[in-house]
Design a protein around this ligand. Structure first.
Ligand SMILES: Nc1ncnc2c1ncn2[C@@H]1O[C@H](COP(=O)(O)OP(=O)(O)O)[C@@H](O)[C@H]1O
Ligand SMILES: [Mg+2]
Length: 289
């Protein structure tokens, strides 16, 4: 058994709550069904409801931002939808079928805080792991896996750090490694939890360029994004939520004072929300009402 395989067995400890297993297995043809649909989802931690009757129907081949304040349940609804935390109820479908049949179509990049950075894996290992099947299903590493992993590290400008232990990388570099891992999975649906958090401007640009490339290839991206200022520049659509869904659709349509107040009311001053909306209107040439 290789050292790498030993490491794979420890994966749940490494990724803690994000041990979603995906592989580059056979692709289901893209169907017309929503890439990611959730109906009536409820999630509670210690009997406290944190997600209540949440509904989502993601539009295919779009970049969609999940928008909502800290503690809104953004990470939780995603983890519950992916089966990484239990849900109390609700239905989830991926391209019209049950999640279990479609996992190979999803690449998931967890929020940075949920990763164990002490895990003895190099940047190359982390990307190569994205090429493997289910956790616990151990196959030997082949040279072509490593070559593929190296290719994707190059794509995100991280080739020179291939052998660096992941804990020894900066926040932006770690995020690029996870992006390379998601890309290596060649998925149809990319779900990323705050990929821009704590990264430098160059990494932010690299990530958004990559997301736009994915969209051009016909992929669907759902991305938790906390920056209301940049959201209209980066994303086509927004899913605004706080415990439950508030609005969903093209950003220009759903970024209204009413929707943002429902989400951020009491958390962000109205003047700040107004400034965000004014900026957007100015850019789009729309007069503010
Ligand atoms: N493992 C957990 N155990 C108990 N409560 C949790 C856990 N994870 C998150 N929470 C709580 O659930 C709520 C939603 O959290 P989260 O989904 O992380 O929000 P967001 O990603 O929108 O910031 C918060 O009140 C948070 O404190
Ligand atoms: Mg979160």
């Amino acid at each position: 058994m290789s050292r790498f395989s030993d490491r794979l067995r420890n994966l749940p400890a490494f990724f803690k709550d994000c041990a979603l297993a995906v592989s580059t297995g056979e692709k289901a043809s893209r169907s017309t069904a929503s890439p990611f649909a959730i109906q009536g989802m409820n999630v509670a931690y210690h009997n406290k409801a944190v997600v209540r009757d949440l509904n989502l129907e993601l539009q295919p081949q779009r970049l969609t931002a999940v928008i909502g304040p800290n503690g809104a349940g953004k990470s939780t609804f995603i983890k519950a939808a992916l089966g990484l935390v239990p849900k109390l109820g609700g239905r989830v479908s991926v391209f019209g079928k049950a999640l279990d049949r479609q996992r190979h179509l999803i690449a998931y990049v967890p929020q940075r805080g949920s990763v164990d950075w002490d895990f003895p894996a190099s940047a190359l290992d982390v990307v190569a792991m994205g090429l493997y099947g289910r956790i616990g299903w151990i196959k030997p590493v082949r040279k072509h896996h490593l070559d593929t992993a190296r290719h994707w590290l190059e794509e995100v400008g991280m080739a020179e750090f291939a052998d660096r232990q992941i804990g020894q990388l900066s926040g932006g570099q770690q995020q690029r490694v996870f992006l390379a891992r998601a890309l290596a999975q060649n998925a149809e649906l990319y779900i990323m939890d705050e990929p821009f958090a704590g990264v430098d401007a160059a990494t932010e640009r690299a990530i958004i360029t990559t997301l736009k490339k994915l969209k051009a290839q016909g992929k669907t991206v759902l991305c938790v994004h906390h920056d209301l200022q940049t959201a209209p520049d980066y994303f086509d659509n927004a899913f605004i939520m706080r415990v439950t869904d508030i609005a969903s659709g093209p950003i220009k349509e759903v970024f209204t004072m009413e929707n943002l107040q429902k989400a951020y009311g009491g958390r962000l001053p109205e003047a700040e929300l107004q400034a965000i909306l004014s900026r957007q209107s100015g850019r789009d040439g729309i007069a503010l009402q």
